[in-house]
Ligand binder design. Sequence first.
Ligand SMILES: NC(=O)c1ccc[n+]([C@@H]2O[C@H](COP(=O)([O-])OP(=O)(O)OC[C@H]3O[C@@H](n4cnc5c(N)ncnc54)[C@H](O)[C@@H]3O)[C@@H](O)[C@H]2O)c1
Length: 364
Amino acid sequence: MSKKIWKVAVIGCGMFAHAQYLPNITKETNAVCVAAVDIVVERAQEACEKYGIPNWYGSVYELIEKCDFDIAIDVTSIQAHHEINMAILNAGKHLISQKPAAPTVELLTEQIELAKAKNVKFVCVPIHPMRYDLNIAKQMIKDGTIGEPYYAKCNLSHGGPEYFQYRDADPSWFFEPGAGALVDMGVHGLQIVTSMFGPAKAFACMAKVTTPVREVRSGAYDGKKIQANKIPDHYVITLDYGEGKMAMVETGFSEKASRSPQLEIFGERGTISFTKPYMTNPVPEVYMDCPEKGIRGWITPDRWVNPPKKLISQCCCLRDIVEAIENDTTPVLSPEHARHVLEIMCKIPEAIETGTTIALETTF
Ligand SMILES: NC(=O)c1ccc[n+]([C@@H]2O[C@H](COP(=O)([O-])OP(=O)(O)OC[C@H]3O[C@@H](n4cnc5c(N)ncnc54)[C@H](O)[C@@H]3O)[C@@H](O)[C@H]2O)c1
């Protein structure tokens, strides 16, 4: 029997859709893109021309009314996500949402409940829990390679979307309420650390605005000045995991370049260090202290017997949702994990204002 070809609609035809989703839909799984949607209809039309997509629409509602599709990828600007996600789920379609899927924990819970009621699969990116290097490290930790892990240190920053990425769409919205460095970048660091250590018990945070006025450095808006003083752009977040265990996430639009490893995990018998770009599917570097075997130093891990799958693109989230639909399983990129990360991000303003440690309620 031939495999079903899943029909995908991409909503939001901006930088990331072009970089990761539109070119990779057919490469990642048995799927095809049947529609491109953007409120700036020229962008949807352009995507159709470039990738041979048969339908374009100017809104999610037009898509739902006129198009036969199975899965939507919401890759619109952050402030638009909740309304679009609710419309897609209400229409009984499977959904992949860019981060964060909603502005509050309560609204994300509404989306999760709606997906359950409609019996559709719901995937929330980023894609870090699907990473080759993180999954190898997880296995190493399980096997006792570094003993009991007690500290994870994550640095995930860049110089800002107006600086770091080539853009033809105006990036000003990244600095407006509802968006900002925390929900755009911090979400990655928090998802990475919680992928490795699980849900945190509590956290504290310090944050600053480092660059109140920014200048676009590429594309159609090159030279445009953006007021960027409403939301901090540099965060240091500490996560409490109970007795003897903690993590730190340093994140923002505040580091034009850095040589810090993206992630290091420290344990009683060693360290796992992630120094290479994760999309190259590297094996993490490992330091082992194993006196009974006479080992003390950086080692080269052997090839894995059953290695995790390597990533081709960030459109791997489509493979995740298709596997979840076809096998009726829970996706790896679960919305419950996204909700825990969202709870931390939503409570960060309170942590900054009060200078206190804030308890967390959600789990996954
Ligand atoms: N590595 C990553 O995970 C990564 C990197 C970059 C961006 N992103 C995320 O991808 C999303 C899009 O970012 P981008 O950089 O592509 O931004 P962008 O501004 O280039 O593109 C967003 C597009 O969405 C469209 N849009 C806005 N509201 C809409 C609506 N209501 N209906 C239909 N279209 C709408 C805009 O017209 C624009 O074309 C954001 O959530 C961002 O956080 C993720």
